[in-house]
Write a protein that binds this ligand. Structure first.
Ligand code: KIV
Ligand code: ZN
Length: 388
């Protein structure tokens, strides 16, 4: 696959992910997550927002010093003090990146920044140039890009590239975009901005409408070659695009999305569990890729299919995301085939009559009880069976 089809994975679990209310992490936890992100094979780790607090500064610095292969980024507003602080935290990294941003939507410029658009352009020029004088790798983000005027956004991107930004990030800050509009925005900006080929375009999607991953993939089709995401999709409000979903979508549907990433998908489950344990944010059971039910099957028809050939009901193997096996969950929808298999796993061999009787009692129990555990099945059959 050509290098033009390589999509860089930018992980912002430690910065935007940590901005989830109630999810702050201490230094040791951040270092452990950063280590796992490198094992996962992400290209860039955004380690924090160095000016936000002394703790954030120390975390960015420690991650920068620990990192072996990944580029380490720190966020900075378009202000000299922010950028200098980011650089001070990053300068020991093997591969440092300053990530600076300013809002470009009429709403944000008027209400939040209280600046005229021309003044914002000048701020972009000055901030990116300042960052570029300190660091060879500068990313610039147009906050609220998806609610920005397209002509103005193109002028802002052109200014940032001229000033030395080599990555241009167009975030859907409030999760407002749809796949069609977000993909089209990338196509339009990339085709209209002179020297667009001097930069890598990047997506950054929030999940307010549940479209973050779909929007991210649409942007890749529109020409983006860096995706910003977090483990388990944690982040402000409804969260960010989930890294594991993007990586697996690009892997499983490579036939229609022929892009490569450096992600070692077998490290996904480990990364997900680590982030969940550290933040205390539990992953919903039906979450794609990493939810407890993502590879679990309860209905009789599905269990029967799985026992014959797993590809009947699984589009990826559990091993491909670092799980040892799928699970057949015993419940009221389970059929005879799965029940017999479960009994064999538990060491029971039942004759036909015993089996029919045990199956009937199992169904009665499953009707009355949400979860039927192995112990329940053992208790159900123990008094009248021969154990191997
Ligand atoms: O959502 C956003 O716009 C951001 C930027 C600061 C990159 O997180
Ligand atoms: Zn964000």
């Amino acid at each position: 696959m050509s290098s033009q089809n390589y999509v860089k994975i930018f992980d912002t679990t430690l910065r935007d992910g940590e901005q989830s209310p109630g999810c702050s992490m201490n230094l040791a936890e951040k270092l452990r997550i950063a280590e796992q992100l490198e094992a996962l094979g992400v290209d860039i780790i955004e380690a924090g927002f160095a000016i936000a607090s002394d703790g954030d500064f120390e975390a960015v610095q420690a991650v920068a010093r620990q990192a072996k292969t990944a580029t380490i980024a720190s966020l900075a507003r378009a202000a000299t003090g922010d950028i200098d602080r980011a650089w001070a935290a990053l300068k020991d990294a093997k591969n440092p990146r300053i990530h600076t941003f300013i809002a470009t939507s009429p709403l944000h410029m008027r209400v939040k920044l209280e600046m005229e658009p021309e003044a914002v352009l000048e701020k972009i020029r000055a901030s990116v140039s300042h960052a570029r004088n300190l660091c060879g790798d500068v990313e610039w983000s147009a906050e609220d890009a998806t609610r920005s005027d397209l002509d103005f956004l193109c002028r802002a991107v052109e200014t940032a590239i001229r000033a030395g930004a080599s990555t241009i990030n167009l975030p859907d800050t409030v999760g407002y975009a749809t796949p069609e509009t977000y993909g089209a925005m990338f196509r339009d900006v990339i085709s209209r901005v002179p020297d667009a080929d001097k930069a890598i375009f990047s997506t950054h999607c929030h999940n307010d409408l549940g479209l973050a991953v779909a929007n991210t993939l649409a942007a890749v089709s529109g020409g983006a070659r860096q995706v910003e995401s977090t483990i388990n999709g944690i982040g402000e409000r409804a969260g960010n695009a989930a890294l594991e979903e993007i990586a697996m979508a690009l892997r499983v549907r490579n036939d229609v999305m022929p892009y490569a990433t450096g992600v070692n998908t077998r490290e996904i489950t480990r990364a997900s569990r680590l982030v969940s344990a550290v933040t205390g944010f539990q992953v919903q059971p039906n979450k794609a890729i990493v939810g407890a039910n993502a590879f679990a099957h309860e209905s009789g028809i599905h269990q029967d299919g799985m026992l014959k050939d797993a590809s009947t009901y699984e589009i990826m193997t559990p091993e491909s995301v670092g799980l040892s096996e799928s699970s057949l969950v015993m419940g009221k929808h389970s059929g005879r085939h799965a029940f017999r298999q479960k009994l064999e796993e538990l060491g029971y061999k039942l004759g036909d009559n015993e089996f029919q009787d045990a199956f009937k009692r199992f169904k009665d129990l499953a009707d009355a009880k949400k979860h039927v555990y192995d112990e329940d099945i053992v208790a159900l059959v123990d008094d009248e069976t021969i154990r191997d």
